[in-house]
Write a protein that binds this ligand. Structure first.
Ligand code: ATR
Length: 281
């Protein structure tokens, strides 16, 4: 009998996670004898519960809130990116039971942008990032690897933007420039931005609106939102209304799942329109 390949996602709470839908879809599509389950693990139980998952033969797991940072302590190996970001979302367990950590959110962001705006060449571009939380970190680290010209990191709490910029500048001396900005300065930055990315929860169903007038953006600018509920945020609607390229947030979620699936189940999966509607339904 063929061995069932097992993987899953850990978090607390975990019921909301879309990952089982994504991996379940791919398992079925590629005819793989595997399973992908949700594991609700409280912070104080992380070490013992992860040991139990290793013992049960799991090939790996995704990690969501609140374990993205604390999981690193349990990992024998960390990718350079996971180490730099200080967080991981994808863990692979090797044959000896050792954990390997990686962060694929930034990969998911770049892949999603490439899928929707294939002509976008990041080199020397000016990118404005709204927010300085976990999602912004992953995206900014990814952008530092594609040779953008300048990143403007704008955050409600200006000090957090300053701290993240300082950290990145130290790590990537001589590479892309990254500068902090005040939220009130957004209209002044817009005329020179090629890409604007919202990484805050503003505009999400049940959250406050993201009130930005995109009129000063150049005519060929691209606007991207990591919020995907609703899929068409007010920000993206406004961008499309101006004839700008607009990239929805669901693709980042789908693309970040690909490296894990490939490592655990041995097939490089595709992101399709069918998968997107399944996850959104
Ligand atoms: P995530 O991991 O999803 O990025 P997070 O780390 O909690 O979540 O970060 C949330 C981001 O959204 C932060 O940049 C936060 O700004 P602050 O650093 O000032 O808290 C931003 N954010 C949340 N609510 C906001 C609001 N009402 N106005 C502006 N920014 C907001």
């Amino acid at each position: 009998m063929r061995k069932i390949l097992k993987a899953g996602v850990i978090g607390h709470p975990i019921a909301h996670s879309k990952s089982p839908i994504i991996h379940g879809y791919w398992l079925q599509k590629y005819g793989i004898a595997g399973e992908y389950l949700r594991y609700d693990i409280a912070p104080q139980d992380l070490k013992s519960e992860v040991a139990r998952l290793v013992d049960s033969g799991l090939r790996g797991f995704n990690v969501t809130i609140p374990h993205k940072e604390s999981i690193l302590e349990l990992c024998a190996n960390r990718s350079e990116l996971a180490q730099k970001i200080g967080a991981a979302n994808t863990i692979t367990i090797d044959d000896t039971g050792r954990l390997h950590a990686d962060s694929t959110d930034g990969f998911g962001f770049l892949q999603n942008m490439a899928a929707h705006v294939p002509d976008l060449n990041w080199r020397n571009k000016t990118i404005m990032i709204l927010g300085a939380g976990g999602a912004a970190r992953a995206i900014v680290w990814a952008l530092m690897t594609v040779d953008v010209g300048q990143i403007i990191l704008v955050n409600r709490t200006y000090d957090k933007a300053v701290a993240l910029c300082a950290e990145l500048t130290n790590q990537y001396e001589g590479m892309s420039e990254i500068i902090p900005g005040h939220w009130a300065e957004i209209p002044d930055f817009l005329p020179r931005c090629d890409v604007v990315v919202n990484t805050t929860s503003l505009g999400m169903t049940g959250q406050a609106a993201l009130e930005i007038n995109l009129a000063p953006l150049p005519a060929n600018a691209v606007v991207s939102d990591i919020v995907y509920a609703p899929l068409e945020t007010e920000l993206l609607k406004q961008a499309r209304g101006r004839g700008l390229s607009a990239v929805t947030g669901i693709g980042m979620l789908l693309h970040q799942a690909r490296p894990g699936f490939e490592r655990w189940f041995g097939v490089k999966p595709d992101v399709t329109a069918e998968l997107e509607s399944l996850v959104l339904s």
